[in-house]
Design a protein around this ligand. Structure first.
Ligand SMILES: *[C@@H]1O[C@H](CO)[C@@H](O)[C@H](O)[C@H]1NC(C)=O
Length: 359
């Protein structure tokens, strides 16, 4: 397929209920999009209209019910892989096989090229061939941009509430050691198994990692960055070694976990960061903590500049959400969903078996 460039203009509508000044409104309510200086620049550029009139005075007073439109400047989104395979579907939920590189929700440079946009297309296509309006399915858990594999989405409100609660439960609770050693957790209604490729050779066949995960301030990540931290919340992962590639100095593992970035942080903590991870290094900390120059390309339109250091959404690390076992949100049946292992994460033995079968 030929690569192409798409230009987009985003209009945002806001209906106010409290009065304030224009700059107050944007710098308070939309600080994630740009810092104060960025919003001043956007207002002075004439990118914001109030009740249909372009307003360049940041201190213009807004009245109750003012209608604001922010004309985002055209921007170009980087190319991303976009093929989403359906792994499982019924009336309540749908599970997709997400490629590495495709972001789930809009954010940063990716506003249109996301899984969410594709789900909206999918729903509008279904709606056109049905008498009812079909609402787009909603992702019920996170999956990092660089992570591939199963993404579970709810099709109904009830399924969304239940599944979101299962995931929240599974990630807040720490398995007790006895259950994790048996490989089961009776408290969880959901269990996710990942395949990962880590640097170096893990000598033990099984490793249980207990390392609290906390948050630090980090440029370019508004909410903060998750890192290994003694003051953080407890987290436990179980790693099973599948195959050691001594020549390649890397180990293929299976791992179960819950909290955001837990797998990347935990494997880095034990000295085996994911192969290709641009962010987390041995010890479970980000590669560079000192401040360094920022990349102005990211700051198009007055937004936050992108730091020249790695961000959690940067790809390259080898992690795949391989298997999901859950109680069905409507029927309580046990459902097992599997996303095939991508070739970059197949063990040498798996690759050999495949060749043997196809020849
Ligand atoms: C193998 O990888 C580990 C972890 O990244 C590293 O410390 C070690 O130096 C590597 N060994 C060789 C022989 O390259």
């Amino acid at each position: 397929m030929a690569s192409y460039t798409r230009i987009m203009v985003l209009l945002q509508l806001f209906f106010l209920s409290t009065s304030s000044t224009l700059i107050d409104f944007y710098s308070t309510n939309h600080a994630n999009s740009a810092p104060l200086q960025g919003w001043l620049q956007r207002i002075r550029n004439g990118q914001i209209s109030v009740d249909g009139t372009i307003t360049t005075d940041p201190n213009a007073l807004l009245r109750d019910g003012s209608q604001l439109v922010y004309h985002r400047q055209p921007w170009t989104e980087p190319d991303v892989p976009y093929l989403l395979k359906i792994l499982y579907e019924d009336e309540d939920m749908i599970a997709l096989d997400k490629p590495s590189g495709l972001q789930v929700l809009p954010g940063g440079l990716f506003q249109q090229r996301t899984v969410l946009t594709q789900l909206q297309w999918w729903a509008s296509k279904q709606s056109s061939s049905s008498v009812h309006q079909v609402p787009p399915p909603v992702p019920v858990h996170r999956l990092g941009r660089g992570t591939s594999g199963i993404l579970l989405c709810a099709k109904t409100k009830v399924a969304k509430t239940r599944l979101a609660a299962y995931f929240a439960d599974g990630t807040s609770k720490v398995l007790n050691k006895r259950d994790i050693n048996k490989g089961i957790d009776l408290n969880r209604k959901i269990s996710k198994v990942y395949r990962a490729l880590v640097t170096g050779i893990i000598q033990e066949d099984e490793v249980v990692i207990e390392q609290p995960i906390g948050m630090i301030q980090y440029p370019g990540v508004a909410k903060g960055l998750y890192v290994a931290s003694p003051a953080g919340k407890p987290a436990l992962s179980k790693v099973i070694v599948l195959e050691r590639d001594v020549k390649g100095n890397c180990t293929f593992v299976q791992i179960q976990s819950g909290r955001p970035h837990q797998i990347r942080i935990h494997l880095a903590t034990i000295g085996h960061p994911l192969l290709g991870d641009p962010l987390y290094v041995s010890g479970g900390q980000p590669k560079c903590l000192d401040s360094d120059p920022v990349d102005d390309n990211f700051a198009q339109d007055g937004g936050y500049p992108r730091p020249m250091k790695p961000l959690p959404g940067d790809c390259g690390y080898r992690l795949h959400a391989h298997q999901l076992v859950l109680l069905h949100p409507a029927t309580n049946e046990v459902i097992e969903i599997t996303a095939p292992i991508p070739s970059t994460l197949q063990t040498p033995q798996e690759r050999q078996c495949k060749t043997a079968h196809t020849s």
